[in-house]
Design a protein around this ligand. Structure first.
Ligand code: WQD
Length: 339
């Protein structure tokens, strides 16, 4: 079985669907701290298969050990983590305890396993900080983290590098995501709107759905084409498919190194205003927004050099920004019963 930790989350649930579509048997563990058990129904609707689910906090080493005793786990895709950048500044201890403690409990089981278990790690382009070169490739320097959240991703990668060097045959792939957006075409799963959104696209769709009077664009005086920040917005289904390709690379012994890193993006940068224009184009409605002050910690621009993912991993995005934004809007309308 493929263990997907945090498998009821946004990227996790889409990855479970992609795994099941490729015939993999999936075990989800999730502590439901940032998701809900109804997502299981959505996964079943989207893929036709209901995965096995255990509600479990990965900080509980006994529960993790029991799980490995009970199930024959042949691969791990590790998403489970707290992931709110701003919140991590307020609660650093909880972030380090949860994000690193969970990973260490999983690795303790990998160490004990009779044979090495392939491990895919959900990392982030946040490790690059404000990259000096664009587009960003995997050799770009990892910069001092801008938040405890970002630091847990950097430390997580360092722990994995040390572990692959200590466990013979252990293979890890770290996937550094850029900005995941959108929803499965079935709109049976999507980005669950729990609390006020921090990210741009859910804020756009919730504003359009009438939950907020307007979107505030955080600054338009940056040195970019239109003064607003540039990001690489990747359709979550493209991202999910990359996880299956990465897992199968290890399962089929095609890894060329014990620890491999891939940047996952479209390779194209889009400004905040361009994302707003995309929304207005696909929805046929104007978005109410104004220009506000810059947000602390925002980098000017970040988008991926996808050469390594395309040529070594053998994966590339298939879906456009408009398709991603259209799917996000359709999901929002479904969630708000506007369809
Ligand atoms: C995108 C752009 C904002 C909201 C974050 C995490 C990163 C990763 C992806 C986990 C920025 C602007 C946003 C709003 C705005 N998560 N914006 N008004 O910050 O690039 O990345 O999510 O790995 O680690 O940092 O994404 O969607 O928050 O912001 O103008 O109301 O939209 O300033 O330029 P970000 P975002």
């Amino acid at each position: 079985m493929i263990l997907v930790t945090g498998g009821l989350g946004f990227i996790g649930s889409h990855t479970v669907v992609a795994l099941q579509e490729k015939g993999h048997q999936v075990l989800i563990v999730d502590d439901l701290s940032n998701s809900s058990v109804e997502v299981l129904d959505g996964i079943e609707t989207a893929s036709g298969i209901r995965p096995t689910f255990i509600e479990l906090n990965l900080q509980n080493s006994t529960a993790v050990s029991d799980m490995f005793q009970h199930y024959s786990i042949t691969g791990i895709i590790h998403f489970a983590a707290f992931k709110a950048v701003g919140e991590s500044v307020q609660k650093p201890v909880a972030y380090y305890q949860n994000n690193l403690g969970s990973m260490l409990n999983l690795l303790a089981e990998v160490e004990k396993a009779a044979s090495p278990i392939p491990f895919i790690f959900s990392s982030s382009c946040t490790v690059y900080g404000e990259a000096t070169e664009l587009p960003i490739n995997e050799n770009a320097p990892v910069q001092p983290a801008m938040s405890p959240y970002g630091n847990t991703k950097q430390i997580g990668e360092e722990i994995l590098i040390d572990t692959v060097n200590a466990i013979d045959g252990f293979r890890v792939i770290a996937l550094r995501y850029f900005n995941p957006i959108g929803a499965h075409p079935s709109i049976a799963i999507g980005e669950l709107p729990l609390g006020k959104p921090q990210n741009l696209v859910p804020f756009i769709t919730q504003t359009a759905a009438g939950l907020y009077p307007k979107l505030t664009v955080f600054g338009n005086d940056y040195p970019t084409s239109d003064g607003t920040n540039v990001r690489d917005y990747i359709h979550v289904v493209d991202l999910a498919e990359a996880h299956v390709v990465a897992l199968e690379r290890i399962l089929e012994s095609r890894s060329t190194e014990a620890y491999e890193v891939f940047n996952l993006g479209t390779g194209k940068g889009s400004s905040v205003l361009e994302v707003i224009q995309s929304f207005e184009r696909v929805s046929g409605q104007k978005l109410s927004y104004d220009i506000g002050a810059r947000r602390e910690g925002d980098v000017i621009a970040a988008y991926a050099d996808t050469t390594k993912a395309n040529t070594v991993l053998g994966w590339k995005t298939k879906r456009s920004l408009d398709e991603a934004i259209a799917s996000a809007w359709k999901w929002e309308q479904k969630v708000r019963k506007l369809l």
